[in-house]
Ligand binder design. Structure first.
Ligand code: GDD
Length: 315
């Protein structure tokens, strides 16, 4: 049995998304017509054996978030819960704090996904890769290729080309390390908690004489855990050529929409405008808004503000 955790951050995060994030929390911002994290939920719900999806963040309970969770549970027929951190615990701190919730029911493995990425989410492929390797205790991260300059904005991975073991990991290096970057999508087994626990213990010792407890719980998966696991035979990378992009700003949300809309023509044609009898026939890729009028070649069909097409994109 499997679970998934989606890291949604909190109100102090996503500042590059302002002013858009004033209206709606960033994880719910629409990307290709549905809330950003719905793409993650849909991908997780499709993985055979997926039993529960946990959204983890430090947003206060929120009406829009609760409403979304109820409707997503109904649509994808899977339990989805929000676990609220008492403070920003970092990308690894929340997972550690809520480890009992993650481990309840005895999952053999669980995915962790950054909310602010758009991706093809090759989760099944990651699982198969991990099962083929036959090592039940290592962690797996999704990697993709960036150019030398872009790579500096991400976690950079140096891997063994044959075994795919991560030999070296540097988060946002100041000089070039590798063109393979961390996509923020991981497959962990329960043994990851031992490694996060080691970081917690170390933090606690270091902070013993200060107001330690709270800050010891702040753990970054990237700098604190992956950097230590690299080169120890416990961290592997699955490289994807599928689409992937970060969503940090309004501009990148438009780019992400484009990537998902492209995918819709295969997996969700119903979310795109359909050719209707008497309506315009859409033959190529087109994006419309309710304010745009489309005249068919026979000038018979007019799509106007009175009969708007939602944003459509057909191939
Ligand atoms: N629950 C929770 N608590 N989530 C958090 C917290 C926290 O304290 N801090 C960040 N997150 C969530 C964010 O909402 C986002 O979805 C994800 O964790 C990563 O956010 P950042 O910490 O802003 O990291 P980043 O996006 O700059 O870089 C990360 O993602 C890149 C891929 O998009 C790193 O993992 C990079 O290595 C990676 O390349």
């Amino acid at each position: 049995m499997l679970k998934a955790v989606i890291l949604i951050g909190g109100p102090q995060k996503g500042t590059r998304f302002r002013p858009l994030s004033f209206e709606v929390p960033k994880p719910l911002f629409p990307v290709a017509g549905v809330p950003m994290v719905q793409h993650h939920i849909e991908a997780c719900a499709k993985v055979p054996g997926m039993k529960e999806i946990l959204l983890m963040g430090f947003y206060q309970p929120h009406e829009a978030l609760s409403r979304f969770l109820v409707s997503a549970q109904q649509e994808f027929r899977i339990p989805i819960r929000y676990l609220q951190e008492y403070a920003a615990l970092g990308t690894g701190g929340g997972i550690y704090h809520f480890r009992d919730q993650i481990l309840s029911g005895g999952p053999e493995a669980f995915f962790v996904l950054n909310a602010d990425v758009c991706s093809e989410f090759p989760l099944r492929e990651m699982l198969e890769f991990q099962r083929r390797r036959g090592d039940a205790h290592s962690a797996l991260m999704l990697g993709t290729t960036a150019n030398r300059t872009q790579a500096l904005n991400y976690g950079c991975i140096v891997a063994n080309a044959d075994t795919h073991e991560v030999l070296h990991y540097v988060e946002k290096p100041s000089t070039f390390v590798s063109e393979i970057i961390n996509c923020g999508i991981y497959l962990f087994t329960p043994s990851i908690f031992q490694h996060i626990g080691d970081v917690f213990q170390r933090n606690q010792q270091e902070l013993e004489n200060s107001n330690g407890w709270q800050r010891a719980e702040v753990i970054r998966l990237e700098q604190d855990v992956f950097t230590a696991l690299a080169g120890s035979g416990k961290l592997y990378v699955y490289k994807t050529d599928g689409f992937w992009s970060q969503i940090k700003s309004a501009g990148s949300a438009i780019y992400a929409s484009r990537l998902y809309l492209n995918q819709y023509s295969q997996c969700h044609p119903e979310r795109l405008a359909q050719n209707k009898p008497g309506g315009p026939i859409i033959r190529a890729r087109v994006v419309t808004s309710p304010l745009i009028c489309i005249f068919s070649s026979s000038a018979r069909a007019l799509c106007s503000a009175a009969h708007p097409h939602p944003a459509s994109h057909l191939s």
